[in-house]
Design a protein around this ligand. Structure first.
Ligand code: 13P
Length: 252
């Protein structure tokens, strides 16, 4: 009942020329009606042009961050309604890079999640532990805390139109991928946590894996029962690499 979602988080990469080439390459490799969804999340300044380039293709548009405020004196911030205006369907909230480098708390992430939904965007809520937390056996506690902040603020009903991404911090940009079993264990835990509140919503919520996902390891991860796609950084910047992951999703 859950479709795969293959999502590229371009982070702070790209240029007008490079983006054009990348989107053309992706679009050529994924015909409409492929049975799974493909999403790209470029930096803010390129949302308009990438959105135009995606028109008529199977690709969807998302952003990497959003303000929790609707409008006003918030220099440098981008409102949810602006993303909607530009054709975004999705927005990533609570990426570990934003939590670690920009001090975003789980409570602020919950506010962003709600603001995004309020504007009709689907939030992709990122959760995940650091290596130290994993070694201390705290993975489930960390993920629960990050999830609970959103559950408390928005309620389980909000997860009917949201995506969760499990991104172990130690696997992001390191080349070290969680094994399919390690990832599945946490994905299963996340779904069980949601199911404690509403089993139906838990069964339909897409839970993506992120962290050094690439063509070579995608198939193993995507065959796991609770892994519903990927949130891909480095390997989303080259059409061939991204399409290799998409090919694994198409087979899964
Ligand atoms: P990498 O795929 O580069 O490890 O990045 C994962 C990520 O952070 C996606 O949001």
């Amino acid at each position: 009942m859950r479709e795969f979602l293959v999502a590229g988080n371009w982070k702070m990469n790209g240029s007008i020329a490079a983006n054009g080439e990348l989107v053309a390459g992706i679009a050529a490799g994924v015909p409409a009606g492929s049975g799974f969804s493909m999403l790209v999340c470029p930096p803010f300044p390129y949302l308009g042009s990438v959105g135009s380039a995606l028109e008529g293709t199977a690709g969807k548009l998302g952003a990497q961050n959003v303000s929790e405020h609707a409008a006003g004196a918030y220099t440098g911030e981008v409102a949810p309604s602006m993303l909607k205006d530009l054709g975004c369907e999705y927005v990533i909230v609570g990426h570990s890079e934003r939590r670690a480098m920009y001090g975003e708390s789980s409570f602020q992430v919950a506010a962003k999640f709600q603001a995004a939904q309020g504007a009709g965007l689907t939030p992709i809520l990122c959760v995940g532990e650091t290596l130290e937390e994993r070694e201390q056996g705290a993975t489930e506690n960390v993920v629960d805390f990050q999830l609970n902040a959103v559950l408390d603020a928005a309620g389980i009903g909000a997860f009917a139109s949201a995506v969760v991404a499990y991104e172990p911090v130690w696997a992001i940009g390191t080349g070290v991928t969680a094994t399919p079993e390690q990832a599945q264990e946490v994905h299963k835990h996340i779904r069980a946590r949601l199911a404690e509140v509403d089993a139906g919503i838990a069964a339909s919520t897409q839970i993506l894996y992120g962290g050094s996902m690439k063509g070579e390891n995608a198939a193993g991860l995507l065959t796991m029962p609770d892994i519903d796609g990927g949130l891909i950084g480095g390997a989303s910047l080259k059409a061939d690499d991204f399409l290799a992951i998409a090919a694994a999703a198409a087979q899964g």
